[in-house]
Design a binder for this molecule. Structure first.
Ligand SMILES: CCCCCCCCCCCCCCCCCCCC(=O)SCCNC(=O)CCNC(=O)[C@H](O)C(C)(C)COP(=O)(O)OP(=O)(O)OC[C@H]1O[C@@H](n2cnc3c(N)ncnc32)[C@H](O)[C@@H]1OP(=O)(O)O
Ligand code: ATP
Ligand code: AKG
Ligand code: FE2
Ligand code: MG
Length: 335
């Protein structure tokens, strides 16, 4: 969603005013704006990385796409490591290999064709390098501030749809999964590992929805089944403008955890790969989600944790994040 030109100008002026630059005289329509009260930018910090236009775009839309941010060489290395993991040449502590629900019980699909997603690769030195790339962190800092934790890591290998439409990711807000706040100090970096298009199931976003609140999430009632923990929002406005984020290999989108997004079916014979990390300011704090819309996911995560570590230790929703999060810049002040 583009801001109206006059509104953009107003916010830019305000931004520049607060940074001590007197530029009002350089804008022809400045006089007309002098009666406007300044509004603060809520979602971004001024670190000299984002241009005023880019800051405004994120404030207004809840995402920003940076082209060609990760090199071909790095992406090829991540891809090789992914292959090694799928062949079981390496075993990484904590890493979860997820199969698509439509083939979860099949013995006939093996190797990387059976893998929909790697999750929690924080102990894999090669893949975790993605989360520490300086050119990514430089942008992340604009949203989180200087103390940065990598909270959640994924390599998504969206499979060709088997005909059951299970390759879709329902519309959701990532904040549903996070028991920490404030939301504005959390951001996801998502990098295309190859060309992503509407055909192979690119990200679909509803611009501006980051300004709303966290919605109730449940399993969608999809005939062909739904992947574990793929909760979706039932009642999002189907008439809200949708943007399909088609991207080239290495392009990276940064988006707010309240931004409603999902991804469509993969209608191609190839696997659509992307690598992502959710970052949060280390100054964020954990919240109690009892009695909130997040209670369902909290119970589900605690149940999964119990299955993994056994009944002896109790791992809370909050603990599950505290043990997986890794500091990537600054000090681990809180999270
Ligand atoms: C000491 C530290 C402990 C900390 C542990 C904490 C764990 C917490 C995990 C929390 C994840 C939170 C996600 C955060 C997301 C952030 C925002 C991003 C939004 C999303 O990505 S939403 C999607 C998130 N999805 C997941 O996190 C799912 C992760 N997957 C898994 O955990 C496993 O792959 C899974 C699905 C549990 C399967 O376990 P696995 O042991 O590998 O498989 P089995 O073959 O033993 O099958 C067990 C059982 O599950 C069925 N199954 C398998 N795959 C699927 C599937 N894709 N969908 C649905 N069901 C599946 C399988 O058929 C078996 O069923 P039975 O009936 O036979 O028991
Ligand atoms: N019936 C549905 N209920 C809920 N969410 C859906 C439904 N169909 C699609 N979605 C979600 O909407 C987003 C876009 O999905 P969809 O498969 O329509 O892809 P698309 O790229 O819009 O494809 P198309 O070209 O067919 O419109 C995804 O997040 C998807 O999971
Ligand atoms: O890569 C995708 O299909 C979307 C993944 C996503 O939104 C998520 O895992 O939170
Ligand atoms: Fe998501
Ligand atoms: Mg559609």
């Amino acid at each position: 969603m583009a801001l109206r030109a006059a509104d953009r100008l107003k916010v830019v002026l305000n931004h520049l005013d607060r940074s001590g630059v007197n530029v009002r005289t350089s804008f022809t329509s400045a006089q007309n704006l002098s009666h406007h009260r300044p509004e603060a930018l809520q979602y971004t910090f001024d670190t000299d990385v984002l241009s005023p236009e880019q800051r405004l775009a994120y404030e207004e839309d809840g995402f920003i796409l940076i082209k060609n941010l990760v090199s071909e060489e790095d992406i090829n290395r991540f891809r090789k490591e992914f292959e090694r993991i799928c062949k079981r040449d390496v075993k990484i502590p904590g890493l979860v290999v997820m199969r698509d629900v439509s083939i979860a019980k099949s013995e006939f699909v093996q190797g990387e064709k059976a893998v929909t997603k790697l999750q929690d690769f924080q102990e894999d030195l090669e893949l975790f390098r993605y989360c520490t790339l300086p050119q990514i962190l430089k942008y992340v800092e604009c949203f989180t501030g200087p103390n940065i934790m990598a909270m959640h890591t994924m390599l998504i290998n969206k499979p060709p749809d088997t005909g059951k439409k299970t390759s879709r990711h329902p519309m959701h807000q990532d904040l549903h999964y996070f028991p920490f706040r404030p939301a504005d100090r959390i951001v996801c970096a998502w990098t295309a590992m190859e060309k992503v298009t509407r055909q192979n199931g690119c990200l679909v976003v509803l611009p501006g929805t980051h300004k709303g609140t966290l919605q109730e999430h449940n399993y969608p009632e999809w005939e062909g089944g739904v992947n574990k923990m793929y909760h979706g929002i039932r009642n999002y406005n189907p008439n809200h403008p949708r943007v399909h984020l088609e991207m080239e290999k290495g392009d990276t989108v940064f988006f707010h955890p309240l931004l409603i997004h999902g991804s469509g079916m993969n209608r191609t014979p190839g696997f659509r790969k992307a690598i992502s990390c959710h970052y949060a300011s280390a100054d964020c704090h954990y919240i109690d989600v009892e009695g909130t819309t997040q209670e369902n996911i909290s119970k589900e995560v605690e149940e999964l944790a119990r299955k993994r570590v056994g009944n002896d230790a109790t791992i809370s929703f909050q603990d599950s994040w505290a043990v997986r999060g890794r500091l990537v810049q600054g000090d681990r002040t809180s999270l």
